[in-house]
Design a protein around this ligand. Sequence first.
Ligand code: 6PG
Length: 478
Amino acid sequence: GTAQIGVTGLAVMGRNLARNFARNGFTVAVHNRTAARTRELIEGFGTEGSFVPAESAEEFVAALERPRRLIIMVKAGDPTDAVIEEFAPLLEPGDVIIDGGNAHFADTRRRERELREAGIHFVGVGISGGEEGALHGPSIMPGGSRESYASLGPLLEKIAAKAPDGTPCTTHIGPDGAGHFVKMVHNGIEYADMQLIAEAYHLLREVAGYSPAKIAETFRGWNTGRLDSYLIEITAEVLAHTDAATGQPFVDIVADRAEQKGTGRWTVQIALDLGVPVSGIAEAVFARSLSGHAELRAASRDLPGPTPRPLGDEEAARFADQVEQALYASKIVSYTQGFHQIQAGSDAYDWGIDPGAVASIWRAGCIIRAAFLDRIRAAYDTQPELPSLLSDKQFAEEIGAAQDDWRAVVADTARQGVPAPGFAAALAYYDALRARRLPAALTQGQRDFFGAHTYRRTDRDGSFHTLWGGDRSEERTG
Ligand code: 6PG
């Protein structure tokens, strides 16, 4: 075969990825379960580069140069297993199967293990950036063996987005499921970013009394500063959009029930297993699910709340500045939590993930791309063993400068009755980390009281139990 890479599964993501490879000078074998899609790709975009259309799995595999590299772009879950089962018997040791879908990293670990026995490299790759990213340059997070990256990496580096300094937004994340794990956390952070932006919008609307158009303008302003990011940019676009049918602001005619395909939920589920407090991401997932409970919301509509206190123009402008501070500080906390989870996953699965490299490849191409990620990369560059992003001197200073406004906004949300679970959870996390003493000591006392679960002391090693039902003397239990 002559094709350097093959793509099977030609829905929009697969098609755009195939076109991206072809536009970058690679010969790309293309295949789809129903051949009509393959023909559409060739008819529509065949002149963009060198494609080898294949009707059957055998034809597709035969079109690939060895060691073969074939990318599966089908739905995560059973469809991915079905395609692997179809192709694996046609491959030889040394060949590389790449799964570019949003697979759960545990599935990726299983598939990698199973195929390794046959000598086939299975590479789970997280790809971010949506349809446009797939075509013009996504952020790519490959897991799998080092050996497979040696064969695949140069191709990925070619088609990936480039950071402002020219670095390709891809790197070998780590073995087996590391790539899909990092993509999962990317999506968790994406949920948190979106939720924080939504809260900022809601506060500007309900507390400052701004119109969607005015909020769009405010966000455009923020986008020229430290919040400069793709998500702020598209938020301004969405808010400025008018519904053609009604002439209403678009945001007012969309049903306020947020959906999800599940990667944010996975992030939180895995965080619970790993014992990592990702409260900001969790609030974002819960906010989506709360929004979808139409009956519960309808039944609660008339519950008592505070009387809103409208702000004057100057006060509103001042409040908007405070919201920017709160958003930025909360964003630092979200990323702190997300990177904590990456670190914890890396430790648990022995992946050796370099957090600075992750920040680096999120600088462009992906949904959470932002100027901010260059700051995170720099923080890890200066201090590779940084225990938490909050311990970076510059982030700590920025939070210090933002904290008064952040606290004022969280207090206002409570007083005015506008929910801001992301802002509030971020602040609570920050204050809990700062605390000299936490009430966890009391929790331990309660556990020991009702279940003899024992506790540790601040002044001596060992575990202890107090005879709560007896003379309340203390015994050492270990
Ligand atoms: C990306 C996105 C993408 C994800 C969408 C939708 O990085 O390009 O994360 O992979 O599918 O964001 O996610 P939800 O439907 O869960 O909101």
